[in-house]
Design a protein around this ligand. Structure first.
Ligand SMILES: [Fe+2]
Ligand SMILES: [Fe+2]
Length: 140
């Protein structure tokens, strides 16, 4: 359901590889919730995703700083919001709420549509316009 496609490519190999891995995590979560995997399994995937997202956001911040991306502050604020969402989701599971599917699906939808497809793409547009020679067009 959540497959990575070339349209998501930023042309920065390291970032694109991480985005693919995030899709893998989302698929694992989706499969887990739809198959009614036990709570511990979901929680473990969620923890791994949270950890991975943190390092992914640090990677993007490194590239944005390197190329003096003017909208870096807003982009990082959005990363922070996503991390907050992940932590909220984590405490939601810890509190023992039984319906595991809906918040996960909402979260995933928000992640993909709002951030990767728009905020990350704005950085790609900036790179294409100002640093096209630095892009390797990986996966395109
Ligand atoms: Fe990203
Ligand atoms: Fe980002």
């Amino acid at each position: 359901m959540f497959s990575w496609k070339p349209a998501y490519s930023l042309g920065i190999e390291e970032v694109d590889a991480q985005h693919k891995k995030i899709f893998d995590f989302l698929n694992k979560l989706f499969t887990g919730s739809s198959l009614q995997h036990n709570k511990d399994t979901l929680k473990k995937i969620l923890e791994e995703l949270t950890q991975f997202a943190e390092s992914h956001f640090a990677t993007e911040a490194r590239y944005m700083a390197k190329f003096h991306y003017p909208d870096m502050e807003n982009h990082i604020a959005d990363h922070k919001r996503l991390m907050d969402d992940l932590k909220t989701l984590d405490s939601y599971y810890n509190s023992g709420v039984s319906d595991q599917t809906i918040p996960l699906l909402q979260f995933m939808k928000q992640w993909i549509t709002n951030h990767l497809a728009t905020i990350d793409m704005q950085f790609y547009d900036f790179m294409k316009k100002n640093h096209a020679d630095e892009l390797n067009m990986f996966g395109v």
